[in-house]
Design a protein around this ligand. Structure first.
Ligand code: KG4
Ligand code: ZN
Length: 346
């Protein structure tokens, strides 16, 4: 089966072609430079950029895959959650394409697509569903932070999510406070590498609470107060690196502790992680160390599939069509606040 997928839920315009679990192409046009000037994603600018980009990005994806529109078996696009107008561009463009080609069309949940990206690896990228194990999956990015129990393929239940800021948002907001360019996560990661993570003690929000929820807004606020009391710290490169390492340690320890505890409690033997913050080297290292200690196997999405991309949308769409767990529906509408699933009591 050959599927064309489109993803425009936030600030990446992406199109991919997937065939039989193989990623034939995965074109991502990032808008990071455009939004950097404003210190965050400006929804209206993102929408206009998607309008400009979706056609050349889709054409390039088909060309790189060496696939003609007539050879497609289905078209898929992210239906939600995400920025309403941004979603609308990619979703309606893909839907119109499917209509014109008389092909089935499937709307995909963005977070559900993240859940399966850790199972796609190699060069070229191939999905290995034969290796699939029930797992607890951490989805952690600028817009979302959640723990999901993936009980079986295409069967999941949300365990918890952030009550306020996402972990990536916390990285970005703290970076802004200390004058680093947007998005601050990668820059914090770089500076933290040479800093002392034990230099300053920042809160680990909800880390010991008996639930699977997160809260990162207070951590950002405590960094703000800390900087108000210690303004000269910003002029000292060494102490700035210590600050980045200490904030990163607070975020990473919270994410890892809660992920491992959830995995222990629900009784899975496998942990997975995806989303932009999964690029963070300390998070990858600590998840690996924690999983080794507890005897869990760990699957981390590769860097190309951590940040938003259409390949994960195509992989999931093909799987759903093959397993007939979703019916193609040409008249579907976007759902900007589509929930992944109901939370379970812990
Ligand atoms: O998945 P993504 O591209 O977009 C969504 O938010 O959906 O994730 C982007 C987020 C940003 O907050 C960015 O700062 C963060 O991921 N990020 C990182 C790193 N690379 C990206 N955060 C910490 N360390 C990194 N190396
Ligand atoms: Zn995402």
């Amino acid at each position: 089966m050959t599927v064309l997928a489109v993803e425009t839920s936030c600030d990446e315009t992406s199109a991919a072609v997937v065939r039989d679990g193989r990623v034939l192409s995965n074109v991502v046009s990032s808008q990071i430079k455009l939004h950097a000037e404003y210190g965050g994603v400006v929804p209206e600018l993102a929408t206009r950029e998607h309008l400009r980009n979706w056609m050349p990005v889709t054409q390039t994806a088909l060309l790189e895959a060496n696939v003609t529109p007539a050879q497609l078996d289905a078209v898929a696009a992210t239906r939600g959650p995400g920025l309403p107008n941004a979603l609308m561009v990619g979703f309606k463009a893909a839907q119109s394409f499917a209509f014109a080609l008389r092909k089935p069309f499937l709307g995909i949940h963005h977070h559900e697509a993240h859940l399966y990206s850790p199972w796609v690896s190699g060069e070229p990228l191939v999905a290995d569903f034969a290796a699939f194990r029930p797992n607890v999956s951490l989805i952690v990015s600028g817009g979302h932070t959640m723990l999901v129990h993936v009980r079986a393929e295409l069967d999941h239940v949300v365990l918890g999510s952030t009550l306020d800021d996402a972990a990536g948002e916390c990285f970005d907001k703290v970076a802004k406070l200390i004058g680093l360019p947007y998005p601050g996560g990668p820059e914090m990661d770089r500076l933290a590498a040479d800093g002392n993570p034990a230099a300053y003690d920042f809160p680990r929000p909800l880390m010991r609470e008996p639930n699977d929820d997160f809260s990162f807004a207070g951590l950002k606020t405590s960094v703000r107060y800390f900087l108000q009391k210690n303004p000269v710290l910003l002029d000292d490169a060494g102490r700035l690196r210590d600050l980045c390492a200490s904030v990163q340690a607070a975020i990473v320890e919270t994410l890892v502790t809660k992920t491992l505890r959830a995995a222990r409690r629900v009784g899975v033997k496998c942990v997975t992680a995806s989303g932009g913050v999964t690029c963070n080297r300390a998070l990858r290292r600590e998840l690996a160390a924690g999983c080794a200690r507890e005897g869990f196997s760990l699957r981390l999405a590769g860097n190309a599939l951590c940040t938003d991309n259409a390949a994960m949308v195509g992989i999931l769409a093909e799987r759903k069509l093959l397993k007939s767990t979703a019916a193609p529906f040409l008249d579907a509408e976007i759902d900007p606040s589509w929930a992944l699933g109901a939370s379970l009591p812990v």
